[in-house]
Write a protein that binds this ligand. Sequence first.
Ligand SMILES: Cc1cc2nc3c(=O)[nH]c(=O)nc-3n(C[C@H](O)[C@H](O)[C@H](O)COP(=O)(O)OP(=O)(O)OC[C@H]3O[C@@H](n4cnc5c(N)ncnc54)[C@H](O)[C@@H]3O)c2cc1C
Length: 467
Amino acid sequence: MLDTTIDALRDLLGDELVRTDADLLATRRHDYWAASHLREWRGEPMGEPGCVVRPTAPEQVQELLRYASRQRIAVMPFGLGSGVCGGVLPNDDVVLLDLSTMTRTRRIDEHDLLATFDAGKNGLEAEEEVAARGLTIGHWPQSIAVSSVGGWVSTRASGQFSTAYGNIEDLVYSIEAVLPNGDLVHLGTAPRAAAGPDLRHVVMGAEGTMGVVTGVTFSLRRQPEVRRCTAFAAPDMPTGIEAQRRIIGADWRPPVMRLYDHSEVRRNFPDHVVDTSGALLMVHEGPAVRVEAEVGDVTRIATASGLTPMDASVTEEWLTKRNHVPTWSDFFEMGAVVDTIEISAPWSRIDAVYDAVLASLGEVPGIVNASAHSSHVYRSGINLYFSFAVLAEPEEMEARYFECWHRTMEATAANGGGIAHHHGSGRLRVPYLHHDLGAAGIDLLRTLKRAVDPAGIMNPGNLIPPA
Ligand SMILES: Cc1cc2nc3c(=O)[nH]c(=O)nc-3n(C[C@H](O)[C@H](O)[C@H](O)COP(=O)(O)OP(=O)(O)OC[C@H]3O[C@@H](n4cnc5c(N)ncnc54)[C@H](O)[C@@H]3O)c2cc1C
């Protein structure tokens, strides 16, 4: 980045906000994408932002974007860098906008059950602040301790308790954002609106391509009166999936429903392996009378569907271990490249997707694991979260990694699934987005981008396929 650009930014925002110290730049080269970690581990040259801007207030973000739009300088938002699809991959021409310095809690309203945070607020800290008042946001991504509330909105995240409480789009009441021209917008003013299209969705899931989320208001809920765990052995995935379809069809909503195939049970819960079966783990929460009724009827449905009750301690074990964050380099050191890929499909297609993806991954040279669990259930279908591990020489790891992704994306789309459940697109899914959006949908996305960001400054190369 030209020194004159950095000087101009310093004149505009002050020296404190515009940083070029080597230590900081080095920690802002990428997010948690396995491919970026692999390149770094192999010692390949990695890009680095020209500078890092660390705002503390939305007005400073407005100043920056006004200037960047006029001067056509690329701006890449960074929350806490836990994204896993390459949403953050700057080079020297980029101003990395580091939201992790915007961390205020603006208000917690116990009457209206609303809480507003700056976008860079750490998710776990936000949850702990409302929990101290007997409330909950109800959003529990595995990465809760290492992700920001603005990142959640920007990636359309899902939490582990989503089956009852919903995904981020169900939990967000309103969004404050700065558009690329510097305008500050407040999207959402009341519990519900029929005032035209829901403009929150212009920035929700836009992964920093349409502007910058600066504040998020959540609609809270009171903490549940009771929590109970159940667990069932499932002879195979189709039987476990059918049991979940029937449970949801009967209008029960356990917040957590997780069905692991046998390979994942062996890996994650070795003390609970039942012959060659998978396992369905459920957490039930809410008023005691409802939870009691739910546990009773869900047990009846699961058993009638061919599942066998297991000791619920396996679910309690999951609750205690569930937020472990893996270190990619540990796997690289062992000669393996690994990742997870989340997709979803309607009930009628999900078994075909599961079979097709595992069969396709099984053809990758060096594959030592291809497995899946489901973790988010809907009235019309369910997600699957594939895991793969491939053994390869260091120089072949990247090719194997992309081959696994390619096979999973293509097999999912070919069998009627949606290619992205909750990690977003980043740069990784750009070549596959047409499967979900279609050619006309991609055109619409590009048209929207041109209208909102005519100078094309916001996170170029991310999410939106090039024309
Ligand atoms: C171990 C692990 C477990 C995970 N588990 C889950 C899970 O259970 N559920 C789930 O949904 N995800 C999960 N993720 C993925 C990741 O945590 C989410 O995508 C999270 O929402 C990203 O938040 P972040 O603050 O770290 O964003 P970042 O990684 O910093 O950014 C993500 C993207 O959003 C953009 N962005 C960030 N903040 C803003 C902003 N304020 N305004 C505009 N654009 C912005 C960035 O430019 C980038 O494109 C997991 C990741 C890891 C490493």
